[in-house]
Design a protein around this ligand. Structure first.
Ligand code: PEP
Ligand code: MN
Length: 343
């Protein structure tokens, strides 16, 4: 159940409503927006007492039940598209972005060349990954703190936003002042403790879908972020584990359309981790945009053959302009789709 308070409800109003919510055996979660406060009521709507009585309180604007497990991320709660702001660059609500960068930061020169090449092509948000949670402990784990230092150095030279994967709660503080957006990777997609901690960091989050997560589990993971105070969430479809190894992961194009139908959060597609090989990346990127994605996150490296991780799927950063040029009609299509939806 969601309670929307009237604009400019006072602290006393909020306390009164919250107390009543507790009396009715729900746990209130107060979410303070710029203009309006919302109270998400956590509890079983079948066995707990009805919250309908709250409708009569003078501070309450509306009360509505949401039967789904995810509530604040649902379209019922917020019918129009959300827009996520990453250091002034917007994603969602008709703003289509292509995020790009290497799989991992490997050295100052490798990262600097990547950023130079990609910003020249108009990329406004760079993948900056000093931490690499890998399936095997013997694989390259990222430069860690040395990578964070490289990020800091590059930021003094380039005015560009950066997104970094956060592998665990311990890295939130390490990354907080240097990154502009956190990424939750597929392997952490249902790490609820991490999601709760991250929600308090005050930064936008790109939430990858787990490699075997249902769409409901994905959206419910996003709910963990929003209900704990992080409204700036972007969903990212990156392909599922499947029986067929022809692609690295099975890009679930249908999930892009479903997620946009069920949720107001922007949805991005990662064609690189789905494809596994760079020759397939353009086709999956086009498919993502045609299915309604609000943008893409793509891996690009100055020298993919010698990359420390995901060598086969990274586009050569000096050729990224060509990739972007080929995508132009599809980005235009994505803009048209949004305009069409708005009418
Ligand atoms: C990544 O984007 O760097 C990554 C590891 O992707 P995923 O979590 O989707 O495997
Ligand atoms: Mn990668």
């Amino acid at each position: 159940m969601i309670i929307v308070l009237k604009r400019h409800a006072s602290e006393t109003d909020i306390a009164t409503v919250s107390d009543l919510v507790c009396t009715l055996r729900y746990q209130p979660r107060i979410i303070r927006g710029v203009e309006q406060t919302v109270i998400a009521c956590i509890g079983d709507e079948l066995s707990n007492r009805s919250l309908e009585v709250l409708r009569n309180l003078s501070a309450v604007e509306s009360v509505f039940p949401v039967q789904k497990k995810f509530k604040l991320v649902s379209r019922e709660y917020h019918p129009s598209d959300s827009v996520v702001n990453v250091k002034g660059t917007l994603i969602g609500g008709g703003n289509i972005q292509v995020i790009a960068g290497p799989c991992a930061i490997e050295s100052y020169d490798q990262f600097r060349t990547s950023v130079t090449d990609l910003t020249r092509c108009g990329v406004k948000i760079i993948r900056a990954m000093p931490f690499k949670p890998r399936t095997s402990p013997y694989d390259f784990q990222g430069l860690k703190l040395d990578g964070v230092k490289i990020m800091r150095d590059i930021k003094t030279e380039f005015d560009v936003a950066m997104i970094s994967e956060v592998p665990g709660p311990a890295q939130i503080e390490i990354l907080r002042d240097v990154t502009d957006m956190f990424q939750i990777g597929a392997r952490n997609a249902q790490n609820y403790d991490l999601l709760e901690h991250l929600a308090h960091a005050g930064k936008p989050v790109l939430l990858k879908r787990g490699m075997a997560s249902t769409i409901e589990e994905w959206l419910t993971a996003a709910e963990y972020l929003v209900v704990n105070g992080c409204p700036q969430v972007v969903l990212c479809e990156r392909g599922l584990r499947s029986f067929d190894k022809a692609t690295r992961n099975l890009l679930d194009i249908g999930a892009v359309a479903v997620a946009r139908q069920l949720s107001h959060l922007p949805v991005m597609v990662d064609p690189s981790h789905a494809a596994g090989t760079c020759s397939l990346v353009p086709a999956l990127a086009r498919a993502g945009l045609a299915a309604g994605a609000d943008g893409l996150i793509v891996e690009a490296h100055p020298d993919p053959v010698n990359a420390y991780s995901d060598a086969a799927q990274q586009i050569e950063s000096s050729k990224f302009g060509g990739f972007m040029k080929e995508l132009e009609p599809w980005i235009a299509l994505a803009h048209d789709l949004r305009k069409h939806e708005a009418t």
